[in-house]
Design a protein around this ligand. Structure first.
Ligand code: PSU
Ligand code: MN
Length: 309
Protein backbone atom coordinates (compact mmCIF):
# COMPACT_ATOMS: atom_id res chain seq x y z
CA UNK A 1 0.00 0.00 0.00
CA UNK A 2 1.33 3.41 -0.87
CA UNK A 3 1.69 5.83 2.00
CA UNK A 4 -0.29 9.04 2.13
CA UNK A 5 1.22 12.47 1.77
CA UNK A 6 -0.13 15.60 3.43
CA UNK A 7 -1.21 18.40 1.11
CA UNK A 8 1.74 20.78 0.87
CA UNK A 9 1.49 24.56 0.60
CA UNK A 10 3.19 25.90 -2.49
CA UNK A 11 6.34 27.22 -0.77
CA UNK A 12 6.76 24.01 1.21
CA UNK A 13 6.38 21.92 -1.96
CA UNK A 14 8.93 24.06 -3.80
CA UNK A 15 11.46 23.95 -0.97
CA UNK A 16 11.16 20.17 -0.58
CA UNK A 17 11.46 19.57 -4.32
CA UNK A 18 14.72 21.52 -4.32
CA UNK A 19 16.03 19.76 -1.20
CA UNK A 20 15.90 23.09 0.62
CA UNK A 21 15.48 23.68 4.38
CA UNK A 22 11.97 23.18 5.79
CA UNK A 23 10.92 23.15 9.45
CA UNK A 24 7.68 21.47 10.57
CA UNK A 25 5.57 23.01 13.34
CA UNK A 26 2.83 21.38 15.39
CA UNK A 27 -0.67 22.74 15.90
CA UNK A 28 -1.84 21.36 19.26
CA UNK A 29 0.13 24.22 20.75
CA UNK A 30 -2.27 26.48 18.81
CA UNK A 31 -5.51 24.59 19.53
CA UNK A 32 -4.83 23.39 23.09
CA UNK A 33 -1.54 24.89 24.30
CA UNK A 34 -2.18 28.63 24.36
CA UNK A 35 -5.21 30.91 24.65
CA UNK A 36 -6.49 33.04 21.75
CA UNK A 37 -5.16 35.45 20.47
CA UNK A 38 -1.66 34.67 21.85
CA UNK A 39 -1.80 31.32 20.06
CA UNK A 40 -2.33 32.92 16.63
CA UNK A 41 0.21 35.70 17.20
CA UNK A 42 2.76 33.12 18.32
CA UNK A 43 2.08 30.81 15.36
CA UNK A 44 2.64 33.68 12.93
CA UNK A 45 5.70 34.98 14.79
CA UNK A 46 7.26 31.51 14.86
CA UNK A 47 6.79 31.12 11.11
CA UNK A 48 8.48 34.50 10.62
CA UNK A 49 11.44 33.46 12.79
CA UNK A 50 11.92 30.37 10.64
CA UNK A 51 11.89 32.45 7.45
CA UNK A 52 14.32 34.97 8.99
CA UNK A 53 16.70 32.09 9.64
CA UNK A 54 16.62 30.85 6.08
CA UNK A 55 14.08 28.01 6.14
CA UNK A 56 10.46 27.50 5.12
CA UNK A 57 7.90 26.84 7.89
CA UNK A 58 5.41 24.01 7.48
CA UNK A 59 2.70 24.16 10.13
CA UNK A 60 1.02 20.77 10.24
CA UNK A 61 -2.66 20.18 11.05
CA UNK A 62 -5.81 18.40 9.94
CA UNK A 63 -8.17 20.87 8.26
CA UNK A 64 -11.69 19.62 7.50
CA UNK A 65 -10.41 16.06 7.32
CA UNK A 66 -7.41 16.91 5.11
CA UNK A 67 -3.81 16.43 6.19
CA UNK A 68 -1.83 19.63 5.62
CA UNK A 69 1.80 20.72 5.82
CA UNK A 70 1.96 24.48 5.37
CA UNK A 71 -1.15 26.47 6.29
CA UNK A 72 -2.59 29.65 4.80
CA UNK A 73 -2.99 32.54 7.28
CA UNK A 74 -6.77 32.06 7.09
CA UNK A 75 -6.43 28.38 8.04
CA UNK A 76 -4.20 29.27 10.99
CA UNK A 77 -6.71 31.87 12.11
CA UNK A 78 -9.60 29.39 11.92
CA UNK A 79 -7.68 26.76 13.93
CA UNK A 80 -6.67 29.34 16.54
CA UNK A 81 -10.28 30.38 17.12
CA UNK A 82 -12.01 27.02 16.71
CA UNK A 83 -13.86 25.67 19.74
CA UNK A 84 -13.96 21.97 20.51
CA UNK A 85 -11.37 21.10 17.90
CA UNK A 86 -9.77 17.66 18.23
CA UNK A 87 -6.34 17.14 19.81
CA UNK A 88 -4.90 14.48 17.54
CA UNK A 89 -1.99 12.27 18.41
CA UNK A 90 -0.89 9.79 15.74
CA UNK A 91 -3.64 7.33 16.59
CA UNK A 92 -6.42 9.89 16.06
CA UNK A 93 -5.54 11.00 12.53
CA UNK A 94 -7.47 8.42 10.51
CA UNK A 95 -10.73 8.90 12.40
CA UNK A 96 -10.42 12.70 12.17
CA UNK A 97 -10.07 12.28 8.39
CA UNK A 98 -13.11 10.01 8.16
CA UNK A 99 -15.19 12.55 10.10
CA UNK A 100 -13.91 15.50 8.09
CA UNK A 101 -12.82 17.06 11.37
CA UNK A 102 -10.17 19.68 11.98
CA UNK A 103 -7.50 18.79 14.50
CA UNK A 104 -4.44 20.19 16.16
CA UNK A 105 -1.63 17.69 15.80
CA UNK A 106 0.51 16.78 18.82
CA UNK A 107 4.22 16.09 18.59
CA UNK A 108 3.45 12.45 17.85
CA UNK A 109 1.03 13.21 14.99
CA UNK A 110 3.22 16.01 13.64
CA UNK A 111 6.26 13.71 13.49
CA UNK A 112 4.28 11.16 11.48
CA UNK A 113 2.99 13.76 9.03
CA UNK A 114 6.35 15.51 8.73
CA UNK A 115 7.95 12.17 7.92
CA UNK A 116 5.30 11.41 5.26
CA UNK A 117 5.89 14.86 3.76
CA UNK A 118 9.68 14.39 3.74
CA UNK A 119 10.42 17.01 6.39
CA UNK A 120 13.32 16.05 8.69
CA UNK A 121 13.19 18.71 11.41
CA UNK A 122 10.39 19.89 13.64
CA UNK A 123 10.29 22.70 16.22
CA UNK A 124 7.97 22.90 19.19
CA UNK A 125 7.88 24.17 22.79
CA UNK A 126 7.71 21.10 24.97
CA UNK A 127 7.23 17.44 24.17
CA UNK A 128 4.94 15.20 26.15
CA UNK A 129 6.52 12.74 28.54
CA UNK A 130 6.01 10.51 31.53
CA UNK A 131 3.53 12.19 33.86
CA UNK A 132 4.09 12.42 37.58
CA UNK A 133 2.40 9.45 39.20
CA UNK A 134 2.68 7.38 36.01
CA UNK A 135 3.44 4.32 38.16
CA UNK A 136 -0.25 4.54 39.12
CA UNK A 137 -1.88 6.10 36.05
CA UNK A 138 0.35 4.67 33.26
CA UNK A 139 0.16 8.15 31.67
CA UNK A 140 3.07 8.24 29.24
CA UNK A 141 2.76 10.47 26.18
CA UNK A 142 2.66 8.88 22.74
CA UNK A 143 5.26 11.52 21.84
CA UNK A 144 7.91 9.33 23.47
CA UNK A 145 7.05 6.12 21.64
CA UNK A 146 6.84 8.12 18.41
CA UNK A 147 10.37 9.41 18.96
CA UNK A 148 11.34 5.75 19.20
CA UNK A 149 9.99 4.92 15.76
CA UNK A 150 9.84 7.98 13.51
CA UNK A 151 12.92 9.64 12.07
CA UNK A 152 12.26 13.27 12.87
CA UNK A 153 14.55 15.55 14.83
CA UNK A 154 12.42 17.41 17.37
CA UNK A 155 13.69 20.68 18.83
CA UNK A 156 12.13 21.49 22.21
CA UNK A 157 13.02 23.41 25.37
CA UNK A 158 13.22 20.23 27.39
CA UNK A 159 10.39 18.92 29.48
CA UNK A 160 8.45 20.89 32.05
CA UNK A 161 8.05 19.65 35.55
CA UNK A 162 4.34 18.93 35.12
CA UNK A 163 6.09 15.71 34.05
CA UNK A 164 8.41 13.33 35.86
CA UNK A 165 11.61 14.44 34.15
CA UNK A 166 13.78 11.59 35.42
CA UNK A 167 11.32 8.97 34.17
CA UNK A 168 10.94 10.81 30.86
CA UNK A 169 14.71 10.64 30.32
CA UNK A 170 14.71 6.94 31.26
CA UNK A 171 11.95 6.27 28.78
CA UNK A 172 13.81 8.06 25.97
CA UNK A 173 16.84 5.94 26.78
CA UNK A 174 14.74 2.78 26.46
CA UNK A 175 13.33 4.06 23.16
CA UNK A 176 16.87 4.54 21.82
CA UNK A 177 16.38 8.27 21.29
CA UNK A 178 19.50 10.44 21.53
CA UNK A 179 18.87 13.45 23.76
CA UNK A 180 21.14 16.31 22.71
CA UNK A 181 21.32 19.48 24.77
CA UNK A 182 22.29 22.53 22.75
CA UNK A 183 25.07 24.62 24.25
CA UNK A 184 24.66 23.21 27.76
CA UNK A 185 25.37 20.06 29.77
CA UNK A 186 22.02 20.15 31.54
CA UNK A 187 18.71 18.90 30.30
CA UNK A 188 16.52 22.03 30.40
CA UNK A 189 13.12 22.16 32.11
CA UNK A 190 11.15 24.35 29.70
CA UNK A 191 10.55 27.44 31.89
CA UNK A 192 13.98 27.10 33.48
CA UNK A 193 17.38 26.47 31.93
CA UNK A 194 18.20 23.42 33.99
CA UNK A 195 16.17 20.48 35.27
CA UNK A 196 18.91 19.27 37.60
CA UNK A 197 19.46 16.30 35.26
CA UNK A 198 22.31 16.00 32.79
CA UNK A 199 21.47 15.52 29.14
CA UNK A 200 23.06 12.48 27.49
CA UNK A 201 24.92 14.62 24.99
CA UNK A 202 25.90 18.18 24.37
CA UNK A 203 26.53 19.80 20.98
CA UNK A 204 27.30 23.46 20.48
CA UNK A 205 26.47 24.30 16.87
CA UNK A 206 23.55 23.66 14.48
CA UNK A 207 26.08 22.20 12.01
CA UNK A 208 27.20 19.57 14.54
CA UNK A 209 23.62 18.61 15.27
CA UNK A 210 22.94 18.31 11.54
CA UNK A 211 25.96 16.00 11.21
CA UNK A 212 24.73 13.90 14.13
CA UNK A 213 21.34 13.60 12.41
CA UNK A 214 22.90 12.43 9.16
CA UNK A 215 25.05 9.83 10.95
CA UNK A 216 22.19 8.69 13.20
CA UNK A 217 19.98 8.04 10.17
CA UNK A 218 22.90 6.59 8.21
CA UNK A 219 23.21 3.97 10.93
CA UNK A 220 19.67 2.85 10.17
CA UNK A 221 18.61 3.41 13.75
CA UNK A 222 15.06 4.28 12.69
CA UNK A 223 14.50 6.54 15.68
CA UNK A 224 14.11 10.29 16.03
CA UNK A 225 16.38 12.67 17.89
CA UNK A 226 15.44 15.04 20.67
CA UNK A 227 17.27 18.36 20.72
CA UNK A 228 16.82 20.28 23.97
CA UNK A 229 17.39 24.01 23.67
CA UNK A 230 17.31 25.97 26.94
CA UNK A 231 15.00 28.98 27.18
CA UNK A 232 16.90 32.27 26.68
CA UNK A 233 18.25 33.62 29.96
CA UNK A 234 16.21 36.84 29.76
CA UNK A 235 12.92 34.94 29.38
CA UNK A 236 13.59 32.18 31.92
CA UNK A 237 11.45 31.90 35.07
CA UNK A 238 12.98 30.98 38.41
CA UNK A 239 12.19 27.61 40.02
CA UNK A 240 11.04 29.55 43.11
CA UNK A 241 8.45 31.30 40.98
CA UNK A 242 7.12 28.43 38.89
CA UNK A 243 7.61 25.17 40.83
CA UNK A 244 4.90 25.85 43.41
CA UNK A 245 2.44 26.85 40.69
CA UNK A 246 3.13 23.65 38.78
CA UNK A 247 2.69 21.56 41.93
CA UNK A 248 -0.64 23.31 42.65
CA UNK A 249 -1.87 22.67 39.12
CA UNK A 250 -0.88 18.99 39.29
CA UNK A 251 -2.70 18.63 42.62
CA UNK A 252 -5.82 20.32 41.25
CA UNK A 253 -5.87 17.99 38.24
CA UNK A 254 -5.61 15.00 40.55
CA UNK A 255 -8.45 16.25 42.76
CA UNK A 256 -10.66 16.83 39.74
CA UNK A 257 -9.79 13.41 38.30
CA UNK A 258 -8.50 14.86 35.04
CA UNK A 259 -6.58 12.38 32.95
CA UNK A 260 -5.81 11.05 29.48
CA UNK A 261 -5.63 13.62 26.71
CA UNK A 262 -7.25 16.38 28.79
CA UNK A 263 -4.48 16.41 31.38
CA UNK A 264 -1.72 18.31 29.56
CA UNK A 265 -4.02 21.09 28.20
CA UNK A 266 -5.59 21.47 31.66
CA UNK A 267 -2.20 21.85 33.33
CA UNK A 268 -0.94 24.34 30.74
CA UNK A 269 -4.06 26.50 31.06
CA UNK A 270 -4.02 26.46 34.87
CA UNK A 271 -0.31 27.28 35.06
CA UNK A 272 -0.91 30.21 32.73
CA UNK A 273 -3.80 31.50 34.85
CA UNK A 274 -2.06 30.99 38.18
CA UNK A 275 1.18 32.61 37.00
CA UNK A 276 -0.68 35.71 35.83
CA UNK A 277 0.40 35.11 32.24
CA UNK A 278 4.12 34.87 33.09
CA UNK A 279 4.30 31.24 31.95
CA UNK A 280 2.70 32.14 28.62
CA UNK A 281 5.27 34.89 28.01
CA UNK A 282 8.10 32.47 28.70
CA UNK A 283 6.44 29.84 26.53
CA UNK A 284 6.23 32.21 23.54
CA UNK A 285 9.90 33.19 23.83
CA UNK A 286 11.16 29.63 24.07
CA UNK A 287 9.15 28.49 21.05
CA UNK A 288 10.64 31.30 18.96
CA UNK A 289 14.10 30.38 20.21
CA UNK A 290 13.51 26.74 19.22
CA UNK A 291 12.25 27.77 15.79
CA UNK A 292 15.45 29.74 15.16
CA UNK A 293 17.65 26.79 16.12
CA UNK A 294 15.55 24.36 14.05
CA UNK A 295 15.81 26.62 11.00
CA UNK A 296 19.58 26.87 11.36
CA UNK A 297 19.78 23.09 11.73
CA UNK A 298 17.61 22.69 8.62
CA UNK A 299 19.89 24.97 6.59
CA UNK A 300 22.94 22.94 7.66
CA UNK A 301 21.18 19.61 7.17
CA UNK A 302 19.91 20.34 3.68
CA UNK A 303 23.42 21.39 2.61
CA UNK A 304 24.88 18.18 4.08
CA UNK A 305 22.25 16.04 2.40
CA UNK A 306 22.76 17.67 -0.99
CA UNK A 307 26.55 17.28 -0.64
CA UNK A 308 26.28 13.60 0.31
CA UNK A 309 24.11 12.69 -2.70
N1 PSU B 1 3.65 20.79 26.27
C1 PSU B 1 3.60 22.12 26.13
N2 PSU B 1 2.76 22.66 25.21
C2 PSU B 1 1.98 21.89 24.41
C3 PSU B 1 2.06 20.46 24.55
C4 PSU B 1 2.90 19.97 25.49
O1 PSU B 1 4.27 22.84 26.83
O2 PSU B 1 1.22 22.43 23.59
C5 PSU B 1 1.24 19.60 23.64
C6 PSU B 1 2.10 19.06 22.48
O3 PSU B 1 1.31 19.04 21.31
C7 PSU B 1 2.42 17.65 22.92
C8 PSU B 1 1.15 17.28 23.64
O4 PSU B 1 2.71 16.77 21.85
O5 PSU B 1 0.78 18.45 24.34
C9 PSU B 1 1.32 16.11 24.55
O6 PSU B 1 0.08 15.72 25.04
P1 PSU B 1 -0.03 14.40 25.94
O7 PSU B 1 0.69 14.74 27.21
O8 PSU B 1 -1.51 14.23 26.12
O9 PSU B 1 0.60 13.30 25.17
MN1 MN C 1 -1.25 11.13 28.33
Amino acid sequence: MTLMKPELSRDVAEALAAGGPVVALESTIITHGMPYPANLETALAVEAVIRDNGAVPATIAVVNGKLKAGLEASELEALAQAKGVVKASGRDLAVAMVRGASAGTTVSATMILADLAGIDIFATGGVGGVHRGAEQTFDISADLTELGRTKTAVVCAGVKSILDIAKTLEYLETQRVPVIAYGTDDFPAFFTRSSGFKADHRLDTPAEIAKAMLLHHGLGTGTGLLVANPIPEAAALTPEFIDGTIADAVREAEEKGIGRKELTPFLLARINEMSGGESLKANIELVKNNAALAARMAVAYSALKLASK
